[in-house]
Design a protein around this ligand. Structure first.
Ligand code: SAM
Ligand code: SF4
Length: 474
């Protein structure tokens, strides 16, 4: 028996907080002058979130010199809040049955060429095992929308994922990307110990939303979906992820939609979204492929920089939908999390095939390089790859995560934890080339630590390298 969802369920004072007129007004008018740009950037560099009027003013800039100023400010802010860490994860597609008919997605019900599959318990263990064997510690489980993927099912697959142990390896944080639930459903899912629950609103533009999510499908209901993260927060899931599918409608509008959504959550619950994703629309099998709103690389990079400035404490996720060169570039001025070694075919982690298989995947990926290669590139570029999962396991989530704002938090917790988890990866999974490439970076990071912390970290790294001790976090 599947658990029905109460589609009348709403968060407290649920309302449609996306004010299209205000967003459109924020994007019209002439470009801001230098004094106005400087004032907005000063506010952001002071780590204060921007409102949609301010973010909108930045988005109207098209002059390359002015845009460069935005990139530079985003670089500085990223460095101040996040340092040079990049958190790594992988997506795991659990099943592609779907009752919706989203025009852009290969899983939509009217795509009869898609081979429909749901991982069995054993297949799920095999896929998780394959990911653990590559060195992953953080996964996002992805589900189509179907009564068969109800809250109990999501909780069960989460528990199964956590239960897979291989040598020194295990998954320590399971995030979820699935359709929105009612309060009861979220509570069941939360009880399995999930990290973030992600729901992408796709496009905040009402008419476009209703067109690409046809009438008669569950996803057609704009408010039900918009209110999804609110219900999740009220159900105790305090790390929620939001996102927009960039390219469905005007990218500036949807960027402001994301800012409005983040600000709404912060105003109402005193904590903003844990992450924002901004997947760019990719070709997908039998999708209704709309060209007019596709976004150029230049504009895409710019929107990431503006988002970085608008929501200083929200993690920004860039997925492997994008090509390696672009991923490498935007790491510097905004992105704090990426997936690596990803496959989006159902069962894709054991097919041992370089080619992507359209009939079992949702869209095409731009970057299917192995995790080891991505890590080598990151350390060679001076980043610190991290598999850290300490915060949510120590209850530093939601409002408490905001302690992030306290100066020194990164030095005290994030860098040491990144070093420990990277050392685990290097000891247990890395190729000799990657190990060698990382050694210099680790040395540099340790040199930046002081006193007791430095000694503690050195002691822990040594223990990881020479004993079975793992999962040593601060
Ligand atoms: N079925 C659930 C839903 O729609 O919310 C969750 C999983 S869905 C597979 C995850 C996300 O993939 C969607 O929210 C959408 O933003 C993204 N997506 C769908 N089709 C895409 C495409 N053609 N290119 C890029 N991203 C796509
Ligand atoms: Fe189904 Fe999600 Fe794809 Fe829409 S985006 S067709 S809901 S899997």
């Amino acid at each position: 028996m599947t658990r029905p969802i109460n589609r009348e369920d709403r968060s407290q004072n649920a309302c449609d907080f996306i004010d299209e007129q205000a967003i459109t007004a924020a994007l019209s008018g002439k470009a801001p002058d230098q004094a106005e740009i400087d004032a907005i950037l000063a506010k952001s560099l002071d780590k204060q979130p921007l409102n949609i009027q301010e973010a909108g003013r930045l988005l109207t800039l098209s002059n390359p010199d002015q845009r460069e100023q935005i990139f530079e400010a985003a670089r500085q802010l990223k460095q101040r809040v996040y340092g040079n860490r990049i958190v790594l994860f992988a997506p795991l597609y659990i099943g592609n049955h779907c009752v919706n008919d989203c025009e852009y997605c290969a899983f939509r019900r009217s795509n009869h060429e898609q081979s429909r599959q749901t991982l069995s318990d054993e297949e799920l263990r095999t896929q998780v095992g394959a990911l653990v064997d590559k060195g992953h510690k953080r996964l996002i489980l992805v589900y189509g929308e179907s009564p068969i993927y109800d809250a109990d099912y999501i909780a069960e697959t989460t528990r199964t994922t956590y239960s897979v142990k291989r040598g020194h390896g295990e998954i320590r944080r399971v995030n979820i990307n699935a359709a929105p639930f009612d309060h009861e459903g979220y509570k069941i899912i939360k009880s399995a110990g999930i990290g973030t629950f992600q729901i992408f609103h796709e496009t905040y533009h009402h008419a476009t939303y209703e067109r690409v999510h046809p009438k008669g499908t569950w996803k057609h209901d704009y408010l039900w979906r918009l209110d999804g993260p609110d219900r999740a927060m009220e159900s105790g899931i305090d790390d929620v992820g939001i996102g927009a599918l960039i390219g469905l409608y005007d990218w500036r509008f949807d960027t402001l939609g994301l800012v409005a959504h983040a600000n709404h959550l912060r105003d109402k619950y005193n904590v903003g979204p844990h992450t924002i994703s901004f997947p760019r629309l990719q070709p997908a099998q039998n999708a209704v492929w709309q060209q007019p709103n596709l976004v150029s690389d230049e504009d895409f990079k710019f929107l990431i920089a503006v988002l970085r400035l608008a929501v200083p404490y929200t993690g920004l996720i860039l997925t492997a939908r994008e090509r390696p060169a672009l991923r490498r570039e935007v790491m510097a001025f905004g992105v704090s999390q990426i997936d690596a070694g990803s496959r989006v075919e159902i069962g894709g982690y054991t097919i041992g095939n370089e080619k992507q298989e359209a009939e079992r995947e949702q869209f095409e990926l731009g970057d299917i390089r192995p995790l080891d290669v991505v890590i080598r590139e990151l350390v060679s570029d001076g980043y610190l790859p991290s598999f850290c999962t300490a915060c949510y396991r120590l209850g530093r989530t939601g409002e408490h995560f905001m302690e992030f704002a306290i100066p020194g938090f990164i030095k005290r917790f994030c860098t040491p934890n990144a070093l420990c988890t990277l050392t685990e990866y290097l000891t247990d999974y890395a190729s000799p080339e990657t190990r060698a490439a990382a050694a210099k970076q680790i040395e540099k990071e340790i040199a930046g630590l002081e006193g007791k912390m430095k000694a503690d970290v050195e002691e822990r790294l040594k223990r990881i390298q020479t004993t079975d001790a793992r999962d040593l976090y601060f």
